[in-house]
Design a protein around this ligand. Structure first.
Ligand SMILES: [Zn+2]
Length: 174
């Protein structure tokens, strides 16, 4: 038996308001986290369902956060380097990669290359900064020993960010 991929379900509760004044058009807008749908009184639920789904998808697409760019990643790394490492760290490249779904990042200190999971590009900046901080610290300390954490903990939101990443199912690099 093959497992069916789960159908994308509604992210918002839906409230349908039917109006006799409406003839054909259906509209949807987000109000305090509820998708308010206005539809003609005469329209059947079966006819309405695909239209709502379409409107919902359109809205989801519009509200999707714009992913940050590699350039912004580089800027964050420079800022953190200056703030927490006296600007002494050097790296070759830092960029988002798509082949790390579970791990938040990786660093190859010998080459000075840092890769950050593309999932971070749409997460809050303070979480992204923690991950950049973590990978920058690996330029000095390859393992996760006490010296490493001493460096990373200079970033005040370290604990909160680690909790956030666990909650979204992301693991630390190894
Ligand atoms: Zn690490």
């Amino acid at each position: 038996m093959t497992q069916e991929t789960p159908k994308q379900t509604a992210d918002w509760p839906i409230e349908v308001i039917r109006s006799a004044k409406r003839r054909k058009s259906v509209s949807a807008e987000l109000k305090s986290g509820v998708l308010v749908v206005r539809a003609p009184a005469a329209m059947s639920d079966d006819d309405l369902a695909p239209i709502v789904e379409k409107l919902q998808k359109r809205l989801q697409k519009r509200l999707r956060p714009v992913p940050q760019t590699d350039e912004e990643l580089e800027q964050a790394a420079r800022r953190l380097n200056k703030q927490y490492f006296s600007g002494k760290l050097r790296w070759q490249s830092i960029r988002y990669v798509k082949n790390q779904e579970k791990r938040f990042g990786s660093c190859t200190p010998m080459q000075g290359t840092i890769r950050i999971s593309h999932r971070l590009a749409v997460m809050p900046k303070w979480v992204r900064d923690y991950v950049v901080m973590h990978e920058l610290a690996h330029l000095k300390e390859a393992n996760h020993g006490p010296h490493f954490w001493k460096l990373v903990n200079r970033y005040p939101r370290t604990e909160r960010a680690r909790g956030y990443l666990i909650a979204v199912g992301m693991e630390e690099d190894l």
